[in-house]
Design a protein around this ligand. Sequence first.
Ligand SMILES: *Cc1c(COP(=O)(O)O)cnc(C)c1O
Length: 380
Amino acid sequence: MIDPNAQYHLDTLAIHAGQAPDPTTGAIMTPVYLTSTYVQAAPAEHKGYEYSRTDNPTRTALQDCIAAMEAGKHGLAFSSGLATTDTILRLLNPGDHVIVGNDVYGGTYRLFMKVFARYGLTFSWVDLADLDAVRAAMTPQTKLLWLETPTNPMLRLADISALAHTAPQGVMVVVDNTFCSPAIQQPLTLGADIVMHSSTKYLGGHSDVVGGVLALNDTEVYKQLKFLQNAVGAVPGPLDCFLVLRGLKTLGIRIERHSQNALQVARFLEDHPRVQQVIYPGLESHPQYALAQRQMKHPGGMISVILKDADEARQMVSRTRLFSLAESLGGVESLIEHPYTMTHASTADSDIAVSPALVRLSVGIENADDLMNDLRAALA
Ligand SMILES: *Cc1c(COP(=O)(O)O)cnc(C)c1O
């Protein structure tokens, strides 16, 4: 069992934080507490658990583990990444203003514009690489700055530390860290107020669970979010929490392998005659390579490729055999998708529309030569 006063590295926290052996049996693995309610000795006399929407021990283990891995004091888990985003946005009131990067996950765009805009929140979509544009977008009503880095699918980076220092007092900086995970960057250590994830992706890592988590340091904001988690009720089931916890244990080694494979695949694609441009933070050709080197411990597993021809892009995604044609990302298996017709179809007539010649790869942890051979054959 870990020493609560010691400092441990991420790979150690992933395996031990929040996960003491079960005191009644010694089971080394966190039990899956499939229970909705808890027996009380007398009214309000209980062991910290009353009802599983409010708290569940398997969820507590996950929440404590992700808090430790993101270098935060508090963690909360939800039934999906979007449920996490939804709960964070409920901290705001009608009339409040949010600044958002102009290249975010399509579902985030949809939630903000098609749901929260109806409740009186206003949104400005800004290029977060341009700090002057961010400052110019601030109004007295601005309460939140929402950023993703690298963005999806254009893999543009935002300088978390610079943005956190640009945001005035009273503007919360929230980082969607789904594409990186804490094995690559820990936004709270760079000045962000809240870090959130779709744990469906790298944290779970095995494409077998949908979930979301957040972590933060501010105890007052944590209490508000904890209230909302229980009041709104978008909580994960205990088995889902177990699956994410289990995934977290191998996060460090998976991210290393994802990154090594993706770098090889990105270099291979950069030399391919059918390819117009490869966007990958680990390539020197990435316009923000210097920032990537400074901010990211590894370049990650996501690559965007713009082919010379849009029809070729559509055909390529159906021709690969190891890269499965599917939405989502971050699992051990490689995926390929066509954002224009798939993940980003709902943004087609907006400011953040993507090119029909764009293909997005989530590079898995298979053998890199096999992956490159698969792409070579699909582009032939
Ligand atoms: C998938 C994803 C989400 C949404 O998460 P779900 O678990 O699908 O609800 C949010 N942000 C990013 C960057 C994502 O990739």
